[in-house]
Ligand binder design. Structure first.
Ligand code: ADP
Length: 591
């Protein structure tokens, strides 16, 4: 029963659609149906009048006019224009009405009121100008009738005296003019509203253009600032790591380098938070899903704070349940960012007791919790701390520092990865930040074991590298990492894309090219495209690793599409860079 009702409704809807379509085909001009219904109505009224009229001339006039109506309808069906039909129809109707009114005491006839229909329908169906012309015709007809009626008053008991002619004229003339003024008045109101609306729309469009321009400028500003800040940070952090290894037996120098590193890391966190926050404002941050080992990433975040913990008496523990998936798909970099932020906060706000990171399977996903026995957060502050620039207490800022953006960004990142976050805290006793992500166990990717196995053998091999970067310190850093890992290799340097392309065209061959994205003369995107189009198979299949400080999603996508084999964001972890280079060299087996 329900099904047949559904079928009937669908059939009705289909029929309605078909009819609408056909109707629009028949009447492309939206005024046509109204004009035609007026004609049909006139036809019916004329036939009715013919049946009740007693005067043979009236009957004949009604029938002739009805016949004209039919002819006009047929003409319309054959494609004669609506305006032409309306004009002819009105002339016929005027003649017919004049005959009927003449026979029915002229200006004293009730038939005069039909004249009102002429100008109103002309006004709407044809044009405003036409409406005015027909108003003049109708008024003239009334005046002529009044003139004739004045000299030939009818000899009937209800119409007495010539004065009535003037009164009759007035009583038909004034409503006619009044009725004609109503649409005029509404038209004027409509025109005013329309022009006001158009003015507002223009203003809105101007504002929208202005806003779009500002957004573009801001986007450009963010990407420039990001690039300018990350480029030197890459050199500071990278060289710090290299120096650290060289002064292993000089504790004083190591201490200085550790402090430098901590300050640089802190500066990097602030830079990243501000940039991330402004990118979130524009919805520009999207999850970059990749497959990775969950425990390795969690450990990396956990280990990051070990040096800081050593100077405190805190108990610092990580519990990773055995049933937690090994390989997962999500944004590794962002997961790490959230963990680092929560662990960093927990350590910052805990003076004695413990900080514990726990990872376990909950509700077909993975739950991460960071529990501390620190200062805790007052109940009334607990909702607020996830808001931007918000700190639980005014004293916190002076005592502990911080931008108040970390939790806002962490919450949004967790939501972006499809999860949720909550907080349990008791003032003076500690806090527990918990977030859940929908992570499922995944297969191990085929390239993973290659990268893992590569490291021990790599030292014995030598390669030829081409490093393309406009920043000399970054070239130095890349060179140091490559030579440390593959001693005896050759590393050539270029400071822009043109020089790199020229070197390759001159016959130089490399096992790998490491190229920066933003450079003067020719950027990394264009240079990569040219290399990929080269007819020489040794050039166009050469592995290319992109290095960039730019974080704009569109620019990164363009760089990837130019033909990169891998991409590293500056400031990059030296170990990650080594693993990435080793992985690409092994995959392509060029040596
Ligand atoms: P900030 O970068 O200033 O630390 P967050 O957004 O990370 O900003 O944190 C906001 C505020 O939340 C902090 O200033 C602090 O008042 C409170 N808070 C965050 N984590 C903890 C914690 N583990 N224990 C106590 N208070 C915390």
């Amino acid at each position: 029963m329900k099904h047949s009702f559904y079928l009937a409704t669908v059939a009705l809807e289909e029929w309605q659609q078909k009819f609408k379509h056909q109707f629009e085909k028949w009447f492309p001009d939206p005024k046509s149906p109204h004009a035609l219904s007026l004609m049909l109505f006139s036809f019916v009224a004329l036939i009715f009048n013919a049946t009740i009229a007693v005067d043979p001339i009236s009957i004949a006039s009604c029938l002739i006019s009805a016949f004209c109506c039919i002819c006009l309808l047929i003409a319309f069906a054959y494609g004669v224009s609506l305006i032409y039909i309306t004009q002819v129809g009105h002339v016929v109707a005027l003649i017919h009405l004049s005959v009927v009114i003449w026979l029915d005491h002229g200006i004293y006839s009730l038939g005069n009121h039909w004249m009102l229909v002429f100008m109103v329908s002309q006004y709407y169906v044809v044009s405003r100008r036409s409406g005015f012309i027909w108003l003049a015709i109708v008024l003239l007809t009334f005046t002529v009738q009044a003139w004739v009626g004045y000299f030939n008053p009818p000899d009937t008991p209800d119409i007495q005296g010539v004065d009535r002619a003037t009164m009759s004229l007035a009583s038909i003339l004034l409503p006619t003019i009044g009725i004609f003024m109503v649409p005029q008045y509404f038209q004027r109101l409509f025109d005013q509203a329309l022009s006001l609306n158009q003015k507002r729309q223009r203003e809105l469009q101007d504002k929208q253009r202005e806003l779009e321009h500002t957004l573009l400028m801001r986007e450009h500003f963010i990407s420039t600032v990001s690039h300018e800040l990350r480029t030197p940070m890459n050199a500071i952090l990278g060289l710090n790591t290299l120096l650290h290894e060289r002064v292993k037996n000089k504790p004083q120098a190591q201490k200085v380098l550790t402090y430098t590193r901590q300050s640089a890391d802190h500066l990097m966190t602030v830079i990243n938070d501000v940039l991330d926050y402004s990118q979130f404002q524009f919805g520009q941050i999207k999850a970059r899903v990749e497959r990775f080992e969950l425990q390795t990433t969690v450990n990396a975040a956990f280990e990051l704070f070990k040096p800081r913990i050593e100077s405190t008496r805190l108990k610092y523990e990580c519990h990773f349940d055995s049933d937690v998936p090994h390989w997962v798909d999500t944004d590794r970099h962002r997961l790490m960012q959230v963990l680092v932020n929560l662990l960093g906060n927990a350590i910052k706000f805990t003076h004695r007791g413990s900080v514990t990171l726990r990872v376990q399977v909950v509700d077909q996903g993975v739950e991460f919790s960071v529990q501390d026995t620190g200062i805790g957060i007052a109940p009334e502050q607990q909702d607020k701390i996830f808001e931007r620039f918000s700190q639980a207490d005014a004293n916190i800022q002076s005592q502990y520092g911080g931008s108040g953006l970390g939790l806002t960004i962490s919450l949004r990142l967790v939501q972006m990865m499809g999860g949720h976050m909550k907080l349990e805290s008791k003032e003076g006793q500690g806090s527990r930040f918990v977030f859940w992500l929908p992570l499922q166990a995944q297969e191990m990717p085929p390239t993973a074991d290659i990268i893992h196995r590569q490291h021990p053998q790599s030292q014995s091999q030598t390669y030829s590298f081409l490093v393309v970067d406009d920043h000399p310190v970054n070239r130095l850093l890349a060179k140091q990492v490559l030579l440390r890992e593959w001693p005896g290799s050759t590393v050539d340097e270029c400071d822009n894309g043109v020089k790199a392309v020229d070197a390759l065209q001159a016959g130089q061959r490399y096992d790998m090219m490491l190229i920066d994205m933003v450079m003067p003369v020719m950027d990394g995107i264009e240079a990569t495209q040219i290399v990929r189009r080269s007819p020489d198979v040794l050039v166009n299949t050469m592995p290319i690793l992109g290095l960039t400080a730019n974080v704009s999603e569109q620019d990164l996508a363009r760089f990837q599409q130019a033909g990169l084999n891998g991409l590293l964001l500056k400031p990059f972890d030296l170990e990650r860079m080594r693993a990435e280079v080793a992985g690409l060299l092994t995959k392509t087996q060029r040596h």
